[in-house]
Design a protein. Structure first.
Length: 83
């Protein structure tokens, strides 16, 4: 709303009042926010220490043997849960 429209609106609606507040600034999301190398190392260490966690699936070291083992275990858990 432009300032002239706002002034007209306030004149026609005397029960309303104008409150000037700080603008809402949104930041911290999008393409420009990336983790630095040191934080990635910390997250990798935490993920390696907790192999079944969500943090491990995102940041932990992934080797072929571990990935195949997890896939096989998940397959058998799914089979057992169906019966």
């Amino acid at each position: 709303m432009s300032i002239s429209k706002m002034e007209r609106f306030l004149e026609t609606h005397p029960h309303c009042e104008l409150r000037i507040q700080a603008p809402n600034i949104v930041g911290g999301h999008g393409d420009r926010v990336k983790l630095d190398g040191g934080m990635k190392d910390v997250l990798n260490k935490i993920g390696d220490a907790h192999p079944g966690s969500e943090l491990h699936s995102r940041h932990g070291s992934k080797d072929i043997k571990r990935e195949k083992s997890v896939k096989t275990i998940k397959k058998h858990v799914d089979i057992q849960s169906k019966t």
